[in-house]
Design a protein around this ligand. Structure first.
Ligand SMILES: NC(=O)c1ccc[n+]([C@@H]2O[C@H](COP(=O)([O-])OP(=O)(O)OC[C@H]3O[C@@H](n4cnc5c(N)ncnc54)[C@H](O)[C@@H]3O)[C@@H](O)[C@H]2O)c1
Length: 418
């Protein structure tokens, strides 16, 4: 079997770490047991371009249990957990092409290696695989019946492809499921981003001025964590509604130009480009720490920072020091890539349980509805979303009320008033 991992001997460590993750993924475990019996993905070749983490290990095992032939590459050059990649290749016999720290050329070569398997279904996180499929590997498009997309940025790219009429097969936006973004983007990104920043720097958050760009699902999650740890949180936004929400939630809101001189930590979570750039770097305090947790490494304009710097050095793992002409130093974490995956381990398993339950059930839905869905971006069916929430609550031992017949009638009528 063909694969490219850092060191296959790391498989034992990966196996134990995946076992630990699985303990906290009851919904996906229940799906795996059903998939083992029913084999809903029998014979389906899946190209999965995902962060190769312990939870992805549990997802890959689930898809395989359902009868799929799964091939895996990384959706980010820095997010691969090499021990998990080794475990998938050695013990689950899944062709994996992912090495933490791979350069851009290797990253794309690995995407091509997975595409060489002629996928019938794509499972993407950020839409890099889908974009290569639609540009450099168009000969494979007739064989692809559908796909799923994990994150906000990927969904935005895919919607743009659909709007321009270039998307050649249907894709389910897993990100848009409530059981995904309510929890993964908010609580998962909130906690793991803070974890990444702390692991990289070991700096005290309490008492610091913590600037967060983007008050969407991810930004809100991080703001709550930073505030809870005693930081003085500033939000920067471009959407007046989100900005207003941040004000009402008790945060200071201001443009980046005003936040730049006062921030100790900066973290971007916008899905946008050049959110922090030259004019901001020049105004920052000596020692400012910059991180990104949005999908791509374009939110902090590193080329702009290089241009105004006289040199840079790696001070400790994941901490790059830029020396500006003025003598001031600015620190960038994890090369401006997703800090929660670069310096920490990504989201906790409990939230990935729901995200990847959506992936597994969306794949099953796609196979069942082969040929019936239009070439556009579809939502996750509401019954799948509810079922995942129900299973999660069950696993937590939380019970809820059900509507009485009278309540059902009342809620669907208009006649009764005061
Ligand atoms: N780190 C992770 O593990 C992880 C997890 C989920 C999503 N993501 C990524 O994080 C990013 C944000 O996702 P989300 O679900 O929060 O999206 P979202 O759409 O809910 O929020 C993004 C927010 O950023 C704001 N924004 C855009 N441009 C801005 C700018 N120049 N300055 C300030 N604010 C700006 C938008 O108005 C919006 O409110 C995406 O790239 C997504 O793919 C990362």
């Amino acid at each position: 079997m063909n694969y490219d991992v850092k060191d296959i001997n790391l498989a034992d460590k990966g196996r134990l770490r995946v076992e630990w993750a699985r303990r906290d993924m009851p919904v996906l475990n229940a799906i795996r047991e059903r998939f083992e019996r029913e084999k809903p993905l029998a014979g389906v070749r899946i190209a999965a371009c995902l962060h190769v983490t312990t939870e992805t290990g549990v997802l890959a095992a689930t898809l395989k249990a359902g009868g799929a032939m799964v091939h895996v590459c990384a959706s980010n050059p820095l997010s691969t957990q090499d021990d998990v990649a080794a475990f998938l290749a050695r013990d689950l016999k899944i062709p994996v092409f992912a090495v933490k720290g791979e350069d851009n050329q290797t990253y794309y070569r690995h995407i091509h290696s997975v595409l060489d398997r002629k996928p019938m279904l794509t499972m993407d996180d950020g839409a890099d695989l889908v974009s290569i499929l639609h540009t450099e590997r168009r000969e494979l498009l007739p064989g692809v019946k559908g796909g799923t997309e994990e994150t906000t940025t990927g969904v935005i790219r895919l919607r743009s492809m659909a709007d321009k009429g270039v998307l050649r097969y249907p894709i389910i936006a897993v990100n848009d499921a409530d059981t995904k973004h309510f929890f993964d983007n908010r609580y998962g990104t909130g906690q793991s981003t803070m974890d990444g920043i702390i692991r990289a720097t070991n700096r005290l958050i309490s008492g610091s001025v913590f600037v967060i760009s983007g008050y969407g699902w991810c930004g809100r999650g991080l703001a709550t964590r930073a505030q809870g740890m005693g930081a003085n949180v500033i939000i920067t936004e471009v959407d007046p509604l989100k900005a207003l929400e941040a004000v009402m939630d008790g945060y200071r809101v201001m443009p980046m130009a005003e936040a730049a001189p006062v921030g100790d930590f900066f973290c971007t979570l916008t899905g946008d480009i050049q959110v922090i750039r030259k004019e901001h770097f020049l105004r920052m305090k000596d020692g400012a720490i910059l991180a990104n947790s949005g999908h791509f490494n374009v939110e902090i304009h590193l080329e702009g920072l290089e241009k105004i710097s006289t040199g840079k050095r790696t001070l400790r793992e994941f901490v790059e020091e830029y020396r500006l002409k003025s003598g001031k130093k600015i620190y960038v974490l994890g090369e401006g890539r997703l800090i929660n995956l670069a310096a920490a381990e990504g989201h906790p398993s409990s939230v990935m349980d729901m995200s990847f339950a959506n992936q597994a059930l969306a794949a099953e839905f796609m196979v069942k509805n082969r040929g019936k869905l239009g070439k556009k971006v579809h939502g996750v069916p509401a019954d799948i979303d509810r079922e995942i929430a129900r299973l999660k609550l069950n696993s937590m031992g939380v019970k809820i009320d059900t509507l009485t017949p009278l309540q059902k009638k009342y809620l669907s009528s208009w006649e009764m008033g005061t």
